[in-house]
Design a protein around this ligand. Structure first.
Ligand code: IMP
Ligand code: MG
Length: 188
């Protein structure tokens, strides 16, 4: 199955604009955006730029699954911002099983932010293992595996300016499977 473009740059920009406006409306006093590395890096950069009328502090957290599919994760890079008493939005690329979001929300809540909510560009509720409360949601997916705009397979495809749907098994077996199709060296 060839990869198919699901969200092109214009569609992404429109979702980012809408989500930025929603976050702005709910946080007149400013907001701390915490992007989950590396997947949310492109999204959170665009989201921060889409918020024009309130101050945004930007920080990052990185986690790693240390036992695949067990749902157990650990923090590899922590936020430097003191979030106690602050209004915080955790920004994810995609919520799938919900385990990452549940873990991070639990960790951040212990630091006593005034408010804590979550924003994800993509949401795939069909694969949920633990409930996830997403205050800001871009696009709901069926059980489609996606790549691009931060999303990767073995760190490939993150820099694509669109989100494409691929075959999970194909790309897991051969991470480079869609490189030729999705990149255009020499302007192909
Ligand atoms: P979780 O299953 O909700 O904990 O999501 C874990 C992480 O897996 C997400 O934050 C993404 O970084 C990654 N992920 C989930 N689904 C996809 C996908 O379709 N493509 C690429 N990465 C994904
Ligand atoms: Mg992620």
């Amino acid at each position: 199955m060839p990869a198919e473009i699901l969200l092109d740059a214009d569609a992404l920009a429109e979702h980012v604009r809408r989500l930025g406006a929603e976050i702005e409306r709910d946080h007149p006093g400013g907001v701390v955006l915490i992007g989950v590395l590396k997947g949310a890096l492109l999204f959170v950069a665009d989201l921060a730029r889409a918020i024009r009328n309130i101050p945004v502090e930007l920080d990052f957290i990185a986690i790693s699954r240390f036992a695949p599919d067990s749902g157990r994760v650990k923090i590899l890079h922590d936020v430097g911002t003191d979030i106690s008493g602050r209004d915080v939005v955790l920004v994810e690329d995609i919520v799938d099983t919900g385990l990452t979001l549940a873990y991070l929300t639990g960790q951040l809540r212990e630091r006593a932010p005034r408010t804590l909510s979550a924003c994800a560009l993509l949401d795939r509720p069909a694969r949920r293992i633990v409930p996830a409360e997403l205050r800001y949601r871009g696009v709901e997916l069926d059980d489609q595996f996606v790549l691009g705009y931060g999303l990767h397979m073995r760190d490939l495809y993150r820099n694509l300016p669109f989100v494409a749907v691929g075959d999970r098994e194909v790309v897991a077996a051969e991470p480079e499977a869609y490189v030729e199709q999705l990149y255009r060296p020499n302007g192909r």
